[in-house]
Ligand binder design. Structure first.
Ligand code: ADP
Ligand code: MG
Length: 575
């Protein structure tokens, strides 16, 4: 279909807005265009997180030389034939991406349609078409975007570090690679190929390319067919859960949708099978009649509106649950709390504590314990009385009662210990008897690249190995040592990956070294929900008393609430 400018009445019905927020949003639009063009090979390349260069090459249908300039006009599209927004079958349809990208960067587009003698190149600066000329080119389209936001310094300020932006690019590309297993994707970051999929059409194989062979092997296939829908999913066995929600991917009609509700539908299917704070890995491919889905609600098309959201929730949740029920192991049972005696409160293999819990705790503070005295940086000597909700320690001190969040408190203790121990000397590490092979996702790899210094300082010894290059699957790394603070019996590879995942948390210290220390502490700290003996509580309180900033965890949440003797007396009308 030729490219044409949409009539204004159609253009007006399109959800308009900012398409280009950051490099990853440019990559998303370019990759969608390549998919719409029927490409079977899509290569993505970024330099400096995409700020210097983003290049997407495909072997799709190409753009006619005569139309190359037109493709960069607003509302110019080849995808909306009858002006019928309800019948959109392509990923794009509003003709906004290319002009929006070109407006905030420098673009060079090279394209040759099948059968054309030669290709054409168009160059734009700040949205202005500077030149179009004939060039030799392979079949397909390559779009190179340089110097994003150079003329919009205010926008640059909202971006994160190049490695963080590269991580987001990797997230986008890997999600499309999972959705389109018949397309061979590759991603190259700063000259290094971070992952590639084969394009064989096997979703498990695509998943191996993105998350590694071990994860791919532990996935269950779920299929379900109905009169007007189909569901194909790969869902992780509970044994391969993760510490973040980022591993649940849902596609509706081949469009990656960031739907909290559908991700939750997947989580719900795992209810009782995963510990608190653990999340599944899943890729869900749901096809529904176009009339059930409105894609025209979000400028970047990241959200869709479902006509019957509850039904779709059930369509996802039920078959996944049924598949898991077939293999459900007994619910996770905790080993005894920290095993090593007194002073070293030993680390635990997990993390917890949701923001909601923190917020709830905060609210209680302001209402019920409002007049509490501000806590000094160091806390007084405390005597443990017991545990409430297997989450809070109840303790008594010279000035009244204290409720202590056991996870937050232990986090604080470990954070200060980790920081103290990895001063200027050699890193406090425990070598592993045999190195452990790690398989990292592109996002994790990007994080590791950005934080390898601090990770090393705190005792993680990792090295890259293997040939690298196309189709080798996820990058290979060898883990040779873990921080001394890690308990000897935790699975080191899992611990490492959890610490990386925890580093993606938004809260926490800004300094990279402290960020890593906080993640190690969070990973290693005792969890909410664990029963502690009085001795263990006493140990934890002793250690907390020695902390410099005992009253908050490294993420800034309070470790304790204080109800003063005065307040108690007042409440019981003794005063
Ligand atoms: P939309 O995708 O909404 O149509 P875009 O601004 O993203 O709008 O692209 C404008 C037009 O340029 C598309 O409709 C398509 O005809 C053409 N185009 C863009 N990228 C490619 C590509 N990689 N291969 C072939 N055609 C493309
Ligand atoms: Mg598009």
């Amino acid at each position: 279909m030729p490219i044409r400018v949409l009539p204004p009445e159609v253009a007006r019905r399109i959800a308009a807005g900012e398409v280009v927020e950051r490099p990853a949003s440019v990559i998303k639009e370019l990759v969608e265009n390549s998919l719409d063009a029927g490409a079977t090979r899509i290569a993505v390349e970024v330099l400096e997180g995409g700020l210097r260069l983003m290049r997407v090459s495909d072997n799709g249908c190409g753009i006619d030389a005569a139309e190359l300039g037109l493709a960069f006009r607003r509302h110019a599209t080849s995808k909306l034939a009858a002006d019928d927004l309800a019948a959109v079958a392509t990923l794009g349809f509003r003709g906004e991406a290319l002009p929006s990208i070109a407006a905030v960067s420098e673009v060079e587009a090279v394209s040759r349609p099948e059968g054309a003698q030669s290709g054409a190149m168009a160059r734009l600066e700040a949205g202005e078409l500077r030149e179009v000329r004939t060039v030799a080119a392979p079949r397909g389209t390559t779009i190179a975007v340089r110097d994003l936001f150079r003329r919009q310094p205010a926008r640059l300020k909202f971006l994160r570090s190049p490695s963080a932006e590269a991580g987001q690019v990797a997230t986008v590309v890997s999600h499309y690679a999972l959705a389109y297993p018949e397309v061979a994707f590759s991603l190259t970051v700063d000259g290094r190929e971070t992952f590639a999929t084969t394009g064989s059409g096997s979703r498990r194989e695509a998943l191996a390319g993105v998350y590694g062979a071990a994860v791919a092997a532990a996935m269950l296939e779920v299929t379900d067919r109905g009169d007007d829908y189909s569901l194909d999913a790969l869902v992780g066995a509970p044994s391969v859960s993760r510490a973040s929600r980022a591993y649940v991917t849902v596609f509706i009609n081949r469009r990656w949708v960031r739907s909290r509700s559908l991700a939750f539908a997947v989580e719900e299917a795992y209810r009782g099978l995963l510990q608190t704070g653990r999340f599944p890995i899943a890729v869900v491919d749901l096809r529904l009649p176009a009339s059930e889905v409105d894609v025209n609600v979000h400028p970047a098309k990241a959200e869709v509106r479902l006509r019957d959201e509850r039904r779709v929730f059930a369509l996802v949740q039920r078959p996944v649950r049924a598949a898991l029920a077939g293999l459900a192991p007994p619910p996770f049972s905790e080993p005894v709390p920290w095993a090593r005696p007194p002073v070293s409160v030993s680390p635990r293999a997990a993390l917890i504590v949701t923001g909601a819990e923190a917020a709830a705790a905060e609210q209680e503070t302001s209402e019920d314990v409002a007049r509490q005295a501000p806590l000094p940086a160091r806390i007084p000597l405390l005597r443990p009385l017991g545990q409430a909700g297997t989450t809070y320690l109840i303790a008594e001190g010279p000035a009244g009662l204290y409720l202590i969040d056991q996870h937050a408190a232990h986090e604080r203790v470990l954070f200060e210990r980790v920081r103290r121990e990895s001063g200027d000397g050699p890193p406090p590490l425990q070598g592993l008897l045999a190195p452990v092979v790690l398989e990292l996702t592109p996002q994790q790899e990007a994080l590791l690249a950005a934080l390898s210094g601090p990770m090393r300082q705190h005792g993680f010894e990792v090295e890259a190995f293997g040939p690298g290059g196309r189709n080798r699957g996820a990058a290979g790394y060898l883990l040779r040592a873990v921080p001394a603070v890690m308990r000897a019996d935790v699975d080191p590879a899992r611990a490492f990956i959890e610490v990386l995942d925890l580093l993606t948390r938004e809260d926490g210290p800004a300094d990279p070294r402290d960020r890593v220390a906080a993640s190690i502490a969070c990973h290693a700290a005792v969890r909410a929900g664990q029963t502690l003996s009085l001795d263990e509580m006493r140990d934890l309180l002793r250690l907390l008393e020695e902390c410099e900033l005992a009253q908050s965890c490294p993420h800034g949440r309070p470790t304790m609430l204080h109800l003063s003797a005065d307040e108690l007396a007042r409440r019981f009308a003794r005063k």
